[in-house]
Ligand binder design. Structure first.
Ligand code: NAD
Length: 283
């Protein structure tokens, strides 16, 4: 593929905006879409706020911030993604929604463009099979918060071509990320290990074994993690955690992945964690 210069990102929530941030900082032109233009604008405003904080702390030059922000254009919808050589989907963790987005992308992207998904758990092969060019489809799983976390988990679907893999790997490197490659199975590798731990922390709370504060302090100080599992769940979003556990449970068919009923109840209450101001902790 010719040098990659334009990226389309659909979903301007915490992950999509984070990907836009690092892509623009790496010199790429970014077209940013969400369910509507206002949300895409809000995603960009979030990037501006985080970059301004980095400037205040002396970690980023003001000129570099302005140049990066100029490279991000919020658009009405993916209909504007024609010039994109690679599109990354970062909408909510819902398979039907993601499939609809990829059908829309097929109608607008050029035949050589790469389609990448930031899904946390949904099999790449299954999403790819519903698109026009499964060989140009790949999983590009960024970690949250994207500007801070160094890893990108790359997941090849059964049909993903070597050229698609190499271009994606090159893009991740250009964004300053380290990559690992994992096989396409529900939850891949990182969330296959992380989410059952978070789910078990919720069971530990549910069964009254320890308070949320003690679970987090215990795991933080006792296992040397930067934050406790319930704080991390709040940070990821409890809706996303539940969706990932559902994919693991259904996709791998093992009862050990059964989502904790308390996790489900919090999601039903709209207590989704940091993004709604309340989860296992209040913000
Ligand atoms: P989020 O809720 O912050 O953002 C999701 C965005 O999708 C929202 O802005 C929403 O408006 C948008 N959206 C919903 N329907 C849409 C539509 N029809 N068209 C366009 N946009 C639409 O969620 P997030 O945490 O950014 O997660 C996004 C994806 O990234 C999910 O697949 C999630 O599993 C994955 N992911 C999340 C994390 C994490 O820690 N939160 C980490 C890695 C990957």
């Amino acid at each position: 593929m010719a040098t990659l210069h334009t990226l389309g990102i659909v979903g301007a929530g915490q992950m999509g905006a984070g990907i836009a941030h690092v892509a623009a900082a790496a010199g790429l032109t970014v077209l940013l879409a969400d369910a509507d233009r206002g949300r895409a604008e809000a995603g960009k405003a979030g990037v501006a706020k985080r970059m301004a904080r980095a400037v205040e702390k002396g970690k980023l030059e003001a000129a570099a911030m302005h140049a990066a922000l100029e490279r991000i254009t919020p658009v009405d919808d993916v209909g504007a993604f024609g010039p994109a050589q690679l599109a990354i989907e970062a909408v909510s963790e819902n398979e039907a929604l993601k499939s609809r987005i990829f059908a829309d992308l097929d109608a607008v992207l050029g035949d050589t463009a790469i389609r990448a998904t930031n899904t946390s758990s949904i099999p790449i092969t299954r999403l790819a099979a519903r698109t026009k060019f499964p060989e140009r489809f790949i999983g590009m799983h960024f970690m949250n918060p994207v500007p801070v976390m160094e890893l990108v988990e790359i997941i090849r679907g059964l049909a993903t071509s070597d050229a698609t893999y190499e271009a994606t790997q090159g893009l991740a490197q250009r964004m300053g990320k380290t990559t690992v490659v994992t096989r396409d199975m529900p939850g891949f590798a990182i969330n296959r290990i992380l989410m059952p731990m978070i789910n078990e922390a919720v069971y530990t709370l549910y069964e009254g074994i320890a308070s949320a504060e003690d679970i987090d302090t215990g795991m933080k100080l006792g296992t040397n993690q930067p934050m406790g599992p319930l704080t991390l769940a709040d940070f990821i979003g409890l809706d996303t955690c539940l969706a990932i556990m559902e994919v693991l449970h259904q996709g791998l068919g093992d009862t050990k992945y059964r989502p904790c009923p308390l996790l489900r109840q919090y999601v039903e209450a709209g207590w989704l964690g940091r993004k709604t101001g309340r989860g296992f902790h209040t913000y």
